[in-house]
Ligand binder design. Structure first.
Ligand code: HEC
Length: 145
């Protein structure tokens, strides 16, 4: 590589380093608001939900060290935000049975087709790779069986 080539590589490297350091300064919301009303599932069900779903669908998110490192932190925080919006086991509807039924139907649907947890999440969370038996526990509970 010539002198010019080396200079280009150096400038690109410094640029990338500056961008990565700068990225760490972007504020990311990693809060766990108070639990309003936990879904209150039976122990056997709750154990599976906590292992595989609560990080994105509750106010009891376990924020791993890499959730503090941009740009990964942005993607994790977005998943938690969107997950809590769609389904929040810490903010379970209290007397709205229609809302409860709707959420439970979606849970059964997602778990049955193995659509949740997100594939990217399973990668770093072996405890969230549910067996057929664990999925069955969730589906039967969600269906009220
Ligand atoms: C890594 C984060 C993450 C985990 C863990 C996770 N989810 Fe989700 N979930 C999301 C996100 C993000 C959405 C909204 C976007 C989408 O549907 O893909 C979502 C959406 C959903 C929905 C709504 C689907 C729809 O289309 O209306 C259901 C139901 C759901 N998840 C159930 C679960 C269950 C049950 C578990 C555990 C077995 C789980 N999720 C684990 C992130 C997660």
């Amino acid at each position: 590589m010539g002198k010019r080539g080396r200079r280009i590589v150096t400038v690109a490297g410094v640029g990338l380093a500056v961008a990565l350091v700068g990225a760490q300064l972007v504020p990311v919301d990693r809060t766990n608001p108070p639990v309003r009303n936990d879904v209150g599932a039976p122990a056997e069900v709750a154990a599976v939900l906590r292992a595989a779903c609560y990080d994105c669908h509750s106010h009891e998110t376990r924020w791993p060290w890499y959730s503090r490192v941009a740009p990964l932190s942005w993607s994790i925080a977005r998943h938690v935000e969107e997950g809590r919006e769609e389904l929040n086991f810490s903010n379970w509807p209290v007397v709205d049975f229609t809302a409860q039924d709707e959420l439970l139907r979606e849970v059964a649907h997602e778990v049955e087709k193995d659509g949740m947890p997100l594939a990217s999440y399973r990668w770093g969370h072996p405890e969230a790779r549910l067996s057929a038996a664990q999925r069955d526990i969730l589906v039967r509970w969600a269906r009220g069986e």
